[in-house]
Structures are given as structure tokens and as C-alpha cells.
Design a protein around this ligand. Sequence first.
Ligand code: SF4
Length: 331
Amino acid sequence: MSEFAFELSLCAHLEATTDHLVARQLGGGVAAPGKRVLDTVLVEPGPPFAERAAITPETIPAAAIESEAGPGRFRDRRSVIDGPPRYARRVVERAVEAGFFERERRDGREHVRQVARYPDDWFGRLVGIENKPDLGRPGALATQLRKDVSLGLLDEVVLATESHVTGAHLNRLPEEVGIWRFDPDAADSDGVSDPVEVVREPTPLAPESTGIELLERHAGRAEVEPAGPAAKATARRRIAERAYGKGWRTYDAPACKHASMTSSAGCGGLPHCSWYDRFVDAASECGPDCPGYEAADAPAADFDVDRAETSPWVADPTGKQRRQSGLDRFG
Ligand code: SF4
């Protein structure tokens, strides 16, 4: 099974069987977030989750959350966002678009405030899942997992595989990493058999302590950066925000006669190919280079509807009266 198909089956299973947010392909570093892309992230809702969900279905820009703008009085943009005016304007623009800021003009100057207090503790534990269906082709798996354990940004790290896990595999992987054997066929069946066999429970990591981030490895030396608790807390909130806005259905519907949108484990919005009889990634697998390709309109898909149906994410929060006053004057 392809990693993509495996990953989608697992995401669908997790979304169907937990109350967590499930997201794919998120940066998992602190000093260099883009250097480590996490396959799948589970975000456990915290007590004020509903307050966060009521603000916006999108990712709230980090710079807006980290600004001095509060939910009370309108404040001059220049006093709440550091940086050059063009940057500050862009932050405001994105925050207004996301529904997190409202603004008005006073004395010829743009003033902003949050539409609601941002609940910092809206999420609880973060679990990172590395998907490697075939352990016979591990690539840099052990190194990546060692980096995750050393940094300790997430609460737990798990490896998910379809392979039989041997003692040799267990010895090669950091002992803190949990191991799940996941059977996508069982996940898609009637739900009688559990598709996840827990081979090893993860050991909780320590996001509240300083970790070490491996940035580069050169011949004979490694470039590392300590990541303290405050920087990790900020990075965790950014991951949770990205997960909230992004989810895991981050692909296009293939424009091919053999494609259809289907469901797995009760979750909709998965791109199936009847030629290969599996889920396919339109961006990397579909097109004239594929032997089965027959051009057609992409099947209809509404990922927001699919996501809202089976996850705690709220597509269209109501009850939040947004006052985007004077928008036309800032266009
Ligand atoms: S292009 Fe190929 S992989 Fe994509 S849906 Fe068509 S037959 Fe399947």
C-alpha cells in the first residue's frame, strides 16, 4: 500500500474513533519548523475548545495571536504589532480575513481588536504519528524519530506501520516511540475488529522541559539548538492552530474518469481510483503519465462538509457577531 493511501486510512480511522482533531503534514520544529514535517498530528481538545471553534474555522495567524491586540478596546495598529508598516498591515489583513480581528478607523488611523479572547489552553495533548507502512524500506525513520524524542515538542510520538514488527525493529527505534500496527482493510470493514494493534505504548515526552533540536548534520558534527519551554509552548500552539485550520483532507480530487470520492471508517472525502483500486494522491500520481488516466471532470467534493460531520472542527461557527466595520475603506 502507498504511504499516501495508508496515511489517509489511518487519518479516517482516527477521526472516526476519537474526538481529536486530525491533521496531516505539519511543520514539527521550533527554531526551524519546516525542517521536520510531521505526517499526522492528533490534537486533543482542551476545556475551552468550543471558544476557539466559535472564533473561526481557519488557522488564526500566529502574529495576530502573539500581538498586543486584545478583545477589549480598539487599539492603534502601530502599538500592537511590531515590525514595518507593510508587515503589520498584512498581519491585520489576514487576521480580519480569518475572522479574528475587527478593525475601524479612528483619527485616520487603523485600530484593531480581537473579536473574542483567544483561549490559550484550547488544546491538550499533541501526538505525532510517523507513517511507515513498509518497515522494509525505513529510509531515515530512526533518525527522524530520534530527533522528535530529543526535541520533545509533542506529548507522544508513535510509529504506525502495516509491517510485522520484529524485535530488531524495536531495538532500532527510540524506546520512547510507541508502535502501532495498523490494518487499513480492517479499518474499512464493519468495525468489529480493531485495526490498530498496539505493539508498544509510547512513553510521554516532556514538552515543558528544554529539548535539543537537531537542525543540520554535517560531516563529523551536528548543528543543534536548545528549545526552551516558552519557545516550545509557542510552537505547540502554532501546530495546534495549523491543525485546526488545515485538517487532513489536503489534496485535490483527481480529474480522471477512474476517480471517485469515497469514505473510509465512516469518514467521507477520500479520493479513490478504480484503476488501482486504492486511494490516490492527485498531485503526484494523476495525469497523462498514469497508464489509466482518462481526462474527466473531478468528482464533486466538499471537504468542509465531510470534516464537520466526523470531527470536532466547526465549519461555520454561529453566534459570533463579527463587526468588520469599514472593510471597504481598507481594501
Ligand atoms: S490518473 Fe491514474 S491514478 Fe489517477 S485516478 Fe486516473 S487512473 Fe487513477
